[in-house]
Design a protein around this ligand. Sequence first.
Ligand SMILES: *[C@@H]1O[C@H](CO)[C@@H](O)[C@H](O)[C@H]1NC(C)=O
Ligand SMILES: *[C@@H]1O[C@H](CO)[C@@H](O)[C@H](O)[C@H]1NC(C)=O
Length: 506
Amino acid sequence: MKWFALIFLCAVSWVQCYKILVLFPATSPSHFILGNALGRGLAKAGHEVTVLSPFQDKNPPKNYREAVLTGLLEQNDKVTPVNLFDMENMHPWLSIYVMNFLGNDVVNKTFEHVNFKKLLNEKFDLIIMEQFKFDAMKALSCHFNVPLIMVSTIGANVWVNVDTANPSPPSYIPDVFLSYSSKMNLWQRTFNSLTILVQILNNNLIFYPAQRKFVQKYLPKCADYDFNNVSFYLLNTHESISESVPQVPSAINVGGFHINPPKELPKDLKKYLDNADDGVIYFSMGSNIQLSKVKPEIRDTLTKVLRKLKQRVLWKYDEDTLHRKPDNVKLGKWFPQSDILAHPNVKLFITHGGLLSTLETIYHGVPVLALPVFGDQKLNAAKMETLGYGVKLSFSAITEEDLTEALNKILNDPKYRENAKMRSKLFHDRPIKPMDEILYWVEYIVRHKGAPHLQIAGKNLPWYQYLLLDVVLLVVLFVTIPIILLYIICKKLCCSGNEKKKQKKE
Ligand SMILES: *[C@@H]1O[C@H](CO)[C@@H](O)[C@H](O)[C@H]1NC(C)=O
Ligand SMILES: *[C@@H]1O[C@H](CO)[C@@H](O)[C@H](O)[C@H]1NC(C)=O
């Protein structure tokens, strides 16, 4: 019945229903959480959505069709031999290089995939794609001849900023792979600038040429497609969890759109949380990091310290049993994280600092202890500390003393909870819910055929003009040439004067 109502609504009202292709090919569950939430939101609004990803929605809603990249998850374990825990101490420049490898691998497999190839003969009104080193796939916008909206799962970073010519001075905006805040010392600013330069050079000299080859091979008609020909950016971040930065008109912050209002907890969990007189600590390192694979010493440190607490601990763990599991710890392979954080007895969230966890903890105003491992986690953790609602520790170098001290600090100093609550108020105080804002802009972009008027002209300038290097050169020449000329003339005059004197003497 609902289904008919929707079609009816589309047919008779001014509400337009579009065919939208949503591409989230990353093999990480947290990326799919966003792609899935986006697809569901669009489908609920009446659009006909096709979601391409390696994951499946167990209960897809009406209007929501899936093109599953089967086999990508299974192969992923074999093809990417990078142990996530090794990445904690990896040099950021090396991580930038490793990302090329992951991006090329996913793009290669996607273009070859039968479920992807089937889509190429269909028609769409719009493409929405995740920005995560899959740039070759942007050329689908040329193939279907429709506008392209990108979703940056990690908020604005150098990839987005360069594409949109967004002003992002390295003097106060740290790169996503570094753990700096907006206040950097001279050394940090130098290293930050160089890291951003490495990102740009890596993209232009190594990564884009590799991605271009995929476009030439699989979408030859679009071989010349410009990788920055993007109509709009949806950034998965918000001012409440991050420091404010400039933003071009073709990008908006929609962080938190994946979070649904809290639902009733399963009975056993509800009882466990309700009866926790001293409160509960929720401990989860996200969907990628498997704590059973970490060095036993680190796990022992965690169990030793957690055992001494009077709080109960809900621990998301990837195996059924944990060696020397403390009595106050309850294990689970999966928890309804956002609904748990909504419970008033949850006092603290021990997290890896992923962006989704950060958004969820601020949605509910719960302070955090961050143990970041890779990617943007260190940067997110640094922001938690700067904004005063969390403490960060190095995961691989964790000690009993540091962990105990950090936990006591967050549990006993009300400042952390107050700051988390204050940030939560900022998070919720918006003119419009993030999913509704997405719907508005998605329809706007199709209505206005890509809305090219939103693009800033800086995007089309050559880099030396954008950085005013030609102007600087001109000014330098204007100032120095007269000085040099004056110098030469003076020298000539003086010399000839001297010579005349000399001649007179003779
Ligand atoms: C793409 O994948 C195929 C098959 O797995 C492999 O042989 C080929 O080398 C890959 N190409 C690139 C450019 O990675
Ligand atoms: C950019 O994409 C639009 C479609 O959204 C297309 O009309 C335009 O020709 C493209 N421009 C370039 C330079 O590729």
